[in-house]
Structures are given as structure tokens and as C-alpha cells.
Design a binder for this molecule. Structure first.
Ligand code: UD1
Ligand code: CA
Length: 472
């Protein structure tokens, strides 16, 4: 085993976020910051995963139980610094083997880089290794201080750094690998004699070095991988970098993304080759999109399944299945529980919720379809409303195959319309419609002759009507 134990530090308040929510719970690319870190750590298959929690403990622990149920959480009641957090995490732990320590606020780290880092650490049999990077703007990070032989001497925090040290561009990523026994032997020696009066984990490096242990600074090529998120500006920066990384991945896999700068795909989504995504689109959650589908422009899909060759134009869909070859939009709103079979059409200003539409069926214009089952080859006329709510409860509507619902029909649920039935335009349907019949649910039209000439005498309408009478 290459790593025995992974310790993730996630107890900080994230003061600089100015948020009611714990920093590590903030999202980028569909995962919490902590979720990204745990995702990068997962392939290492460490036998022990310990996460130090503190600020917003309950919510963070609940989140961890969801995304990493095998992890052990360690409670840090008072923020005593990163060194203090590791002291707590080590309590009662077998310290043999390699211990990887990292922070919960570095969402860009990849499993590949961590694997390479640990391999280098293990191969060199170092007491401790620090992952470092050349950062174009090192402000805020701990600086790597090297001796005349160019070897790692110690790490100095920004707040404790001299003016000269602030000009060092090599930074501490906050990712460390330790020989577990050496870490355990030195972690108790930390003192808080620094500008923040905290126990700095970084000081373990200086302590081990002064004791003659072998220490390594291992530099990563791509500094963006170790970006820490401490405020909303860095949150947006890492979101944009992750967006680019994810888009590059899908474009290499054969997806056409017309404008990668305005296309936001969560790390948890999956897209087949020969999908085209137009500008301004967002693909969130567990959404999957099959080959040949065309998405956007300006479309948001959350936890949807889009099947082969479907198109979704200028629309919003959540928890929806869109069948093969179906065409959606523009301006369609598909809510949770919508299931569209193959070759369906759902058009402009249609809202659907908890409704199934059979193969080849259409809801082309201006309708609300809620709590319904609709058969195959059925057409729902413009401006039809599924009246599913009686003010207290929701009710279901069932519509058969090859039905023609006339424009502006109100279908007052619970109701069933049989196979092949019609409804007359403008009907309010309150009773079941047997198969093959037409339901007419509206007042019979009556014309009151001469009404305008009598009641609106002299108006433009009356003049027009009189002129028309003269013409015969
Ligand atoms: C830390 C490093 C710095 C490095 C940077 C990389 C120290 C002293 N400094 O600084 O050298 O360049 O990360 O991003 O380690 N935490 C706890 N308990 C605590 C304090 C912090 O769990 O008492 C957690 C935080 O939640 C966070 C991580 O440790 O996930 C790092 O803390 P943070 O305050 O972000 O440290 P930085 O100032 O970024
Ligand atoms: Ca940080």
C-alpha cells in the first residue's frame, strides 16, 4: 500500500468567504470543495481517511456521511491551526506507513498528481515531502525557503515572511506526505510563536530538517492544481479553471462545444461524442447526453438523461428524461419527473412536471402538463392546461393513444381520456371521455344580431358594421 492514512483539514471557518456556509461546502463544477479533494484522494485507496471538522460541524459531517461514508471525522473545537488539527487527527491512529495531509480547500488537485507525489516520496524514503509550485502571484501562501544547496529548509507563512521572503515565488501547496512515525514524533514539538499564535503544520518541516531528517520539496508543473480557495474571487477563479479543464476533456472525447467560455459542465455529468453544445448552456449534476444530441443555446439541464439525437433549444430541464430524437424548446420548462419517450415534441412556453409523454406525442405550444400520463401519437392542442390542483390536493390525468386535445382545453383532474378521443377547442373537461368520442364542454354559441349598432351607436365598430351591411 502506498498510502496508509489520508488526513484532510476542513475545520477552518473560511472567514474570508464571508459566508454563513462552511467554506469546504461551497460548490464548484457540481461538487463541494471538499468533495473535489475527496474525489482526488479516493483512487489512492488509503486504509484510513480522517477529516478534521470544526466550523459548521453538523452540516459538514452530514455532507461527509453522504459523499464519503467510510471516512472518520475528527472534531477540532477551537481553531488552533493546521498543526493542531493534525495533532487531533493522529490521536489513536496507527502511525506506521505514509500519511498524506492536505487541505479541504484545494479543488483542482488531481489523483494523478497525488499519485506521482506519493510515489516520489515513498521512493526517496523521505521523512517528509511537500508538494510545491511556482506561483505567479504567491501572495497569501506559505513560501518555500531553500538553503545554499537548494534543499528545503523550512516554510514561512506570508504573515511571518520578511520583505525578501515575500519575493519567493515557490509556494507551499498545503499537500504533504510524511513517514507516519516521524510525523507522530515531531507533531508534539510545535509552538505557537508566530504572528497568528497558531500551531503551524508547516513548522514540522523545519523541525524535522533541524533534526537531520531527509526532507523533499517536490514541485508540480501546473500551479493551478494547487490553488487554494479562501475567498469568492478564488472560488470563481477555480470554477473557471475547472470549467476549462472539463470542457477540454469533453472536446478531446469528441464533443463539439461552440463557446467553451460560456459552457459550464459539472464534473459529475457525462457526454457522448458527436454531441453539440451551443453557447450559454449549463450541464449540471448527473446529466448524461447521448450521441447526436444538440443542446442550447442558453439551455440548463440538471440531472437529466438526453437520448440519441434529441435537441433542446433555449430551455430548462431538471430530473427529466428526453427520448431519442425528441425536440424540445425554445422556452420549455421541464420539471422533476418528466419522462418524454422517443420522437416527442415539446414546444414554446410549455411547462411539464411529473408527466409521461408517449412515443411520437406532441405538446407544441403554451401548455401546462402536470401529473399526467399521455399515450402514443397524441397531440395536445395549444394552450391546454392540465388542471391538476384543486387547491388542496394534486390529481392525475390519463390520456390515451392518438388522442386530439383541442386548443385551450382545461382537463380538470382526476380524469381519463380514452384512446382516439377528441376534445372540442375551449372545452372544460370534468368527466371522463370514452375512447373514440368527442367531448364538448362549453356553452353553445348564440349571436345577438344588431347589438353593436344599438348599444355602441356611433362607434368605429358600429360604423364598420353599418358599412358592411350596406355593401350587402
Ligand atoms: C495554508 C498553509 C500555507 C499554504 C496554504 C496552501 C499553514 C500554516 N499554512 O495556509 O503554507 O501555502 O495553506 O493553500 O498550514 N484548518 C483546520 N484547522 C485549523 C486551521 C486550518 O482544519 O485550526 C484547515 C482549513 O479548514 C483549511 C486548511 O486547514 O482547509 C488550511 O487552512 P487555511 O486557513 O486555509 O490556511 P492558509 O492560510 O491557506
Ligand atoms: Ca487555504
Amino acid at each position: 500500500m502506498t498510502v496508509q492514512t489520508v488526513i484532510v483539514l476542513a475545520a477552518g471557518e473560511g472567514t474570508r468567504m464571508k459566508s454563513a456556509k462552511a467554506k469546504v461546502l461551497h460548490n464548484v463544477a457540481g461538487r463541494s470543495l471538499l468533495g473535489h479533494v475527496l474525489n482526488a484522494v479516493e483512487p489512492l485507496k488509503a486504509s484510513e481517511l480522517r477529516i478534521v471538522v470544526g466550523s459548521s460541524r453538523e452540516l459538514v459531517e452530514e455532507h461527509i456521511a453522504n459523499i464519503a461514508p467510510k471516512a472518520t471525522t475528527v472534531f477540532q473545537e477551537h481553531r488552533g491551526g493546521t498543526g493542531h488539527a493534525v495533532q487531533l487527527a493522529l490521536a489513536g491512529l496507527k502511525t506506521k506507513g505514509t500519511v498524506l495531509v492536505l487541505a479541504g480547500d484545494t479543488p483542482m488537485l488531481t489523483a494523478d498528481s497525488l499519485t506521482a507525489f506519493i510515489a516520489a516520496h515513498n521512493e526517496g524514503k523521505f521523512a517528509a515531502s511537500v508538494l510545491t509550485a511556482e506561483h505567479p502571484d504567491p501572495t497569501g501562501y506559505g513560501r518555500i525557503i531553500r538553503d545554499d544547496a537548494d534543499e528545503l529548509l523550512k516554510i514561512v507563512e506570508e504573515k511571518d515572511a520578511s520583505e525578501d521572503q515575500k519575493f519567493i515565488f515557490e509556494i507551499n501547496s498545503g499537500v504533504y506526505a510524511f513517514d507516519g512515525e516521524k510525523l507522530a514524533a515531531s507533531i508534539g514539538k510545535l509552538t505557537n510563536s508566530n504572528s497568528q499564535s497558531e500551531l503551524y503544520l508547516t513548522d514540522v518541516i523545519g523541525i524535522l530538517k533541524s533534526e537531520g531528517a531527509s526532507i523533499a520539496a517536490i514541485m508540480i508543473d501546473d500551479f493551478t492544481e494547487v490553488l487554494g480557495v479562501n475567498d469568492r474571487i478564488q472560488l470563481a477563479e477555480s470554477a473557471a479553471l475547472l470549467r476549462d479543464r472539463i470542457n477540454d476533456h469533453w472536446m478531446r472525447a469528441g464533443v463539439t462545444i461552440i463557446d467553451p467560455t460560456t459552457t459550464w459542465i459539472d464534473a459529475t455529468a457525462s457526454i457522448s461524442n458527436d454531441v453539440t453544445i451551443h453557447p450559454g448552456s449549463a450541464i449540471y449534476g448527473t446529466t448524461s447526453i447521448a450521441s447526436g444530441a444538440v443542446i442550447g443555446p442558453r439551455t440548463t439541464l440538471t440531472n437529466c438523461r438526453v437520448q440519441e439525437g434529441a435537441s433542446v433549444l433555449e430551455s430548462i430541464a431538471t430530473d427529466t428524461i428526453i427520448g431519442e430524437g425528441s425536440t424540445i424548446g425554445p422556452f420549455t420548462y421541464l420539471r422533476a419527473g418528466t419522462v418524454l419517450s422517443d420522437a416527442t415534441k415539446v414546444g414554446a412556453f410549455v411547462e411539464m412536471k411529473n408527466a409521461t409523454l408517449g412515443t411520437g406525442s406532441k405538446v407544441p405550444h403554451l401548455s401546462y402538463v402536470g401529473d399526467a400520463t399521455i399515450g402514443e401519437g397524441t397531440n395536445i392542442g395549444a394552450a391546454t392546461i392540465f388542471v391538476n390542483y384543486d387547491g388542496v390536493e394534486k390529481h392525475h390525468t390519463t390520456i390515451g393513444d392518438h388522442v386530439r386535445i383541442g386548443s385551450d382545453t382545461m382537463l380538470v383532474a382526476p380524469i381519463t381520456v380514452g384512446d382516439g378521443a377528441y376534445t372540442a377547442a375551449g372545452s372544460v373537461i370534468t368527466e371522463d371521455v370514452p375512447a373514440g368520442s368527442i367531448a364538448v364542454g362549453r356553452a353553445k354559441q348564440r349571436n345577438v344580431l344588431g347589438w353593436v349598432m344599438r348599444k355602441r351607436a356611433g362607434s368605429k365598430s358600429a360604423q364598420a358594421a353599418e358599412a358592411s351591411e350596406k355593401k350587402g
